[in-house]
Design a protein around this ligand. Sequence first.
Ligand SMILES: [Zn+2]
Length: 114
Amino acid sequence: MALCQSPGCKFEVPAALERNALCVHHFLGWLEERCAAMRRETAPSGASPARHDEIAEFIREQGERLSHVATSGSRLSDETKARVLNAFLSLINLRENLERAMERLARSKTNPSP
Ligand SMILES: [Zn+2]
């Protein structure tokens, strides 16, 4: 099994996170960071439709990965379980933000403000 690529970390990378090359702890930190950055990106007058599709794909992919981590049977501490749930919440909220941003974009196209 590969070791986590985060500097100084000696934890193993679970199979579900091979493509991220991060341990559960560092994957959760990375995911929260990405979600926060993307939430800022989708804030009013945010990203292009192409970027929206990319973000939607990111949410789908990482959500799948996260559920593999959570249900693969590897032992997770209570603290890690709480962080996993929190990460799911971040993905759900990001997805909502994205939908709202796309609706705003659609409205501004059909009904351009002067
Ligand atoms: Zn790590």
